[in-house]
Ligand binder design. Structure first.
Ligand code: BG6
Length: 494
């Protein structure tokens, strides 16, 4: 095993051979090992219904890493250290008796982290079994993935079941967007600079756009996705979390509850979208067959899994655009446009902040034709870039006097940084769970406030009886989404 100067910390991955564990969690843990960030006393136990032990599980994990870690980043010495931490345990998460061998294995550990990379339907049963096996006391924490429910009522049921075993301070709810490098950089930009704060309100900002655009379809997850849709899969969680970080007041510190208290206030200030507003302020769409990068792709109703389930009739949205408003002093009157969809033309995630124009231009026509308001453009992916667009004089002499153009002040990673591997968001989050730091995790009241707001919109859609608008795969969604922004004199930044 490992150098055990400190008593071991056991990280138990339920769903240890599932998709999330093999594609994200194990590669992230391996990279923490490779980069010398994984404390020496951490041991990793993969728990799943059918999984090997000892050498067998080590061989399985090696196969996964060979698939999901690029050869250029693979280091055999790091792998040997990593392999020495691994073990497996076959267990049926719903069977209380199976938790006794788990408890026996964990007697060596001083702290236990239970990462539930399983279906949310198992969160309640696993937590109950952990509690009954005496594994949910002091020194234990539990990590949950989204979706926490599919509406407010079901999220409360899950949260309640987890709370029956673990204290809120020991519950880590993952929103992997909070682990992304540029998202944390947003906190640095806002709160480690004085420059932006005086302008960071309705006084200086005209509107905000948050876009998460994906080219992929439902990726073989039709049955999960069809019960969720873009609102539940992306908007209620990832996008509202981004909105919170843009809009929140300065927290008193980076302490978990200091940050989460401020995010919660934003969620509670979101103006409800109900009744007629649902049609006026939201647009939902579903992709039809089209082409991405010149390659034909099927429509949602023709995806694998759809036909078997009678998917031709599905009312599920794969695109949503909406205009959110925050009813508080700082943001009154500032639209926050949120847009996300599958099978859009390019993959990018971006926060776009449009400042107000100068109150009066001293540059005479036609020279001021180029005058534009400042913008701050934060790209989360595919590249991590931050650009502040500022006006500048076009160099040289011009008959018409001073001519203006817009230039970026580029705060993006340097060329040398860019050559480095882009970290997986889960690396940051796993490290924080191990270190027991919950700042980048979502508290129960946040999840429930986000559901309360999303539920009104979902109810409005249901009540309308209208299906989502169709859009051609490879387009920017239904044209109504363009009209949504244009009605207030805005256009989407693409
Ligand atoms: C997940 C959603 O939470 O986030 C997926 O379930 C989506 O549908 C994914 O594709 C997007 O994450 P990322 O990090 O690739 O932007």
């Amino acid at each position: 095993m490992t150098d055990n100067a400190a008593p071991p910390v056991a990280l138990v991955l339920f769903g240890g051979n599932g998709d999330l564990a093999t594609r994200m969690l194990l590669p992230s843990l391996y990279f923490l090992e490779r980069d010398g960030l994984l404390p020496a006393n951490v041991i990793i136990l993969l728990a799943a219904r059918s999984i090997g032990q000892g050498e067998a599980v080590v061989a399985q994990v090696r196969e996964h890493l060979d698939r999901f870690v690029a050869a250029e980043f693979f280091d055999e010495a790091a792998w040997s250290r990593f392999a020495a931490r691994l073990d497996g345990l076959a267990l049926d998460a719903t069977c209380a008796a199976d938790f006794a061998p788990l408890a026996r294995k964990l007697t060596v550990a001083n702290e236990q982290i239970f990462y539930l990379a399983t279906s949310p339907a198992l969160y309640g049963p696993i937590c109950r079994n952990l509690r009954d096996a005496g594994l949910a006391g002091a020194g234990s924490r539990v990590v949950l993935e989204k979706p926490i429910g599919h509406d407010l009522a079901s999220s409360r049921t899950i949260n309640q079941a987890v709370a029956a075993a673990f204290e809120e301070a020991a519950i880590f709810r993952v929103d992997h967007y909070l682990g992304k490098e540029t998202v944390q950089n947003l906190l640095a930009l806002r709160f480690a600079n004085f420059l932006f704060e005086p302008l960071w309100s309705a006084r200086g900002i005209e509107h905000v756009q948050i876009t998460v655009s994906e080219t992929v379809g439902v990726e073989g997850r039709w049955s999960y996705y069809d019960a969720s849709g873009a609102m539940r899969d992306m908007l209620q969680n990832h996008m509202l979390q981004l909105l919170c970080l843009v809009a929140m007041e300065a927290p008193v510190s980076m302490a978990p509850d200091a940050v989460r208290d401020e995010k919660l206030k934003v969620l509670r200030s979101l103006k409800p979208i109900r009744g007629r507003d649902v049609a006026a302020k939201t647009v939902r769409g579903q992709y039809a067959a089209g082409a991405i990068d010149g390659r034909p792709v099927p429509g949602y109703a023709q995806e694998i899994g759809a036909q078997e389930a009678g998917g031709g009739e599905s009312m599920t949205e794969t695109f949503v655009a909406l205009k959110a408003e925050i009813d508080n002093w700082r943001w009154a009157g500032v639209p926050f446009y949120l847009r996300t969809g599958k099978r859009l033309p390019t993959r990018y995630s971006e926060i776009f902040i449009q400042f107000r124009p100068v109150p009066h231009s001293i540059f005479t026509t036609p020279a001021d034709a180029g005058l534009a308001a400042n913008k701050l453009i934060i790209r989360l992916q595919p590249q991590e870039t931050i650009r502040l667009m500022v006006m500048n004089k076009v160099p040289g002499l011009d008959q018409a006097g001073i001519r203006l153009h817009e230039l970026p002040l580029d705060l993006s990673r340097t060329e040398a940084d860019r050559k480095q591997r882009q970290r997986i968001a889960y690396e940051r989050l796993l490290l924080d769970v191990i270190n027991n730091v919950a700042t980048l995790f979502v508290r129960r009241d946040e999840v429930e406030a986000a559901w309360a707001w999303a539920d009104d919109i979902l109810a409005g859609w249901r009540a309308s009886g209208q299906p989502p608008r169709s859009y051609v795969a490879g387009s920017w969604g239904p044209s109504a989404a363009i009209a949504l922004a244009e009605r207030s004199g805005h256009s989407w930044h693409e």
